[in-house]
Design a protein around this ligand. Structure first.
Ligand SMILES: C[S@@+](CC[C@H](N)C(=O)[O-])C[C@H]1O[C@@H](n2cnc3c(N)ncnc32)[C@H](O)[C@@H]1O
Length: 231
C-alpha cells in the first residue's frame, strides 16, 4: 500500500474501534488487556513523575497511557481519529485531531513527547519521529514504543496475515531510530525490550544478551533526552 492509502486505512480502522469496541485494550488495538497494561505501566514507570510538565501524547488513542495522572500534568493528546481524540478528552487529555508527521505545535514546546504503539501505522515512521523530536524542548524527553522488527514472532504473524490478504502494521527498527535521534541532538538510552509472549521487560547491558532478547521481544521502548545545547 502507498503511505496515503495506509494512513486512510488505519484512520478508518481506529475510528471504527473507537466507536464500537467496548473493551479498553481492543479499542486501541491491543490483542489482550494484559499486553496493554504491560506497555502502559512500563511507559509510566520509565517516565516517572510528570508533575508540572507539559506533555504531548502523540497517537494517544483514548488516553489510556497518561489519562488519570495528577491534575497538574498538562497532557495534550494528538490523534488523527476524531473519535479517539474525543474519548481522550474524557480521560483528562486536551485533545487535538491531527497527524503524527505534521503536528500543529510550535518547535520545542513540550517537556516530554511520547508516542506509544502508533508508528506502525506509518509507511515512514522515521519522518514522523523527526517531526515529533522537533517538538521536544532542550533538556526534554522523547519516548517511543513500537513493534520490534527483530522479533521472530512478529515476522511469523505478519507473514501469515499478509498471506491471508490482511493489512499488517509496519515493524520498526529501533536501532535506526536511535541513530536518527542521535543525529537530531538527542542522548539516547539503551533500548528497553518489552515482550508479550513470552512476557518480560528488560534492558540487558551485556551486548550479546541484548541482541539475543531482541529476537524474542515483541516490542521496544526508546527514551531519548534532547541535549540542552541542541539547536
Ligand atoms: C495502537 S493505538 C495506541 C494508542 C495509545 N498510544 C496506547 O498505547 O494506548 C494507535 C493510535 O495511533 C493513532 N494514529 C495512528 N496513525 C496516526 C497518524 N498518522 N497520526 C495521528 N494518529 C495516528 C490511531 O488513531 C490510534 O489511536
Amino acid at each position: 500500500m502507498t503511505s496515503e492509502r495506509e494512513r486512510a486505512y488505519w484512520r478508518r480502522y481506529y475510528d471504527h474501534t473507537a466507536a464500537h469496541e467496548p473493551a479498553d485494550h481492543a479499542r486501541v488495538g491491543y490483542t489482550r488487556a494484559a499486553f496493554a497494561q504491560l506497555t502502559h505501566a512500563t511507559i509510566r514507570r520509565v517516565l516517572g513523575p510528570l508533575d508540572g510538565r507539559r506533555v504531548l501524547d502523540a497517537g494517544c488513542g483514548d488516553g489510556q497511557v497518561l489519562g488519570g495522572r495528577a491534575a497538574d500534568v498538562h497532557v495534550v493528546g494528538l490523534d488523527f481519529s476524531a473519535r479517539m481524540a474525543a474519548r481522550a478528552r474524557a480521560r483528562g487529555l486536551v485533545p487535538v485531531c491531527g497527524e503524527l508527521g505534521s503536528a500543529p505545535f510550535r518547535r520545542a514546546s513540550f517537556d516530554d513527547v511520547i508516542c506509544a504503539e502508533a508508528l506502525q501505522c506509518l509507511a515512514r515512521p522515521d519522518e514522523a519521529v523527526a517531526s515529533l523530536a522537533a517538538l521536544v524542548r532542550p533538556g526534554g524527553r522523547l519516548l517511543l514504543t513500537g513493534l520490534n522488527h527483530r522479533s521472530l514472532l512478529r515476522h511469523v504473524v505478519r507473514t501469515v496475515g499478509k498471506l491471508r490478504g490482511e493489512v499488517e502494521p509496519e515493524l520498526i527498527d529501533a536501532s535506526s531510530l536511535t541513530r536518527l535521534l542521535a543525529q537530531a541532538g538527542f542522548e539516547v538510552e539503551p533500548v528497553w525490550w518489552i515482550s508479550y509472549v513470552p512476557e518480560f521487560v528488560a534492558r540487558p547491558r551485556p551486548r550479546a544478551l541484548h541482541v539475543l532478547l531482541g529476537f524474542f521481544a515483541t516490542n521496544f521502548l526508546l527514551i531519548a533526552h534532547r541535549r540542552r545545547d541542541a539547536a
